[in-house]
Design a protein around this ligand. Structure first.
Ligand code: SAM
Length: 270
């Protein structure tokens, strides 16, 4: 394929991109197809797309799966999306800020599959919002900045292993799928993008006693990542706590597995 002139994706309508809404519309059908293949919709799936934009992913999904819910904040896109979807299938549009959407309510007792080329300016808040509803989500296929996907999927010892890696991997299995270059978007972003899959773990197997305490320990440990854990977690975990968790206090946060953080956070504390 000639990447300088990729086939255009989308709904057949265009609207000027709004920078404040992180609008970089996917314009290369090759990558649309790869995303749809990664989602691989099955009968009975309850698919929810975050930020349909001009429908680059929405309409190909709707052609393969007759029902789709989308969450879009930009009111200028609602009418054109509704019109373009009508011949294809049943599109339900939730016109709201995704951070205000209750995914658990949307799942209505079942589970939803989330999809989205996320607005990069709020991608981390969206990930943390989704984690709060992890029990109602069967999987997520998200495009984000490659740098963020690298951090999400990194393991101990990597320079980019940090708070985001541990917080996400504690609750989800995270896989980086493929890279998407800036030229695949209109307008092109300044950085590479990547698509990741997140599959929430069975809550019974995670073993975190208190999610707030876990978040506090992880944040403090990586807040001063060059220091030993003894110093970074001063006032949070004492020597007896390190011993009880079986974690060396002279290690650094970047050396610990997710399971080490879970044991540290589960140690009883005052
Ligand atoms: N899915 C389209 C595509 O791939 O071409 C558009 C992706 S664009 C990167 C992000 C989309 O998220 C835009 O349509 C934007 O209007 C929408 N959006 C931005 N902030 C939002 C929010 N807080 N809640 C819901 N949608 C939002």
């Amino acid at each position: 394929m000639n990447s300088s002139h990729p086939p255009r994706a989308g709904a057949g309508f265009t609207a000027p991109a709004k920078k404040q809404l992180g609008q970089h519309f996917l314009a290369d059908t090759h990558y649309v197809e790869k995303i749809v293949m990664a989602v691989n919709p099955k009968d009975g799936d309850c698919l929810v797309e975050i930020g349909p934009g001009q429908g680059a992913i929405t309409f190909p999904l709707l052609r393969r799966h007759p029902k789709l819910t989308v969450i879009e904040f930009d009111r200028d896109l609602i009418a054109p999306l509704t019109e373009a979807a009508a011949p294809l299938g049943e599109l339900t549009i939730v016109h709201r800020d995704v951070l205000q959407v209750d995914f658990t309510a949307l799942a209505a007792g079942g589970k939803i599959r989330l999809v989205g080329n996320l607005p990069y300016n709020i991608s981390s808040p969206i990930l943390f919002h989704a984690l709060e509803h992890a029990a109602a989500i069967s999987d997520m296929t998200f495009m984000l900045q490659k740098e963020v996907v690298d951090r999400m999927a990194a393991g101990p010892g990597s320079k980019v292993y940090g708070r985001l890696s541990v917080m996400l991997q504690a609750w989800c299995e995270v896989t980086s799928l493929f890279v998407v270059p800036p030229g695949a978007f209109r307008p092109p972003p300044k950085v590479d993008s990547a698509v990741a899959r997140l599959v929430p773990r069975d809550p019974a197997t995670i073993g975190i006693d208190d999610p707030k305490r876990f978040a506090e320990v992880v944040k403090a440990a990586f807040g001063q990542r060059r220091k030993t854990l003894r110093n970074a977690l001063n006032g949070v975990i004492d020597e007896a706590g390190f011993a009880a968790a079986g974690v060396r206090s002279d290690a650094r946060a970047e050396q610990l597995e997710v399971a080490d953080f879970i044991r540290l956070a589960n140690v009883p504390h005052a």
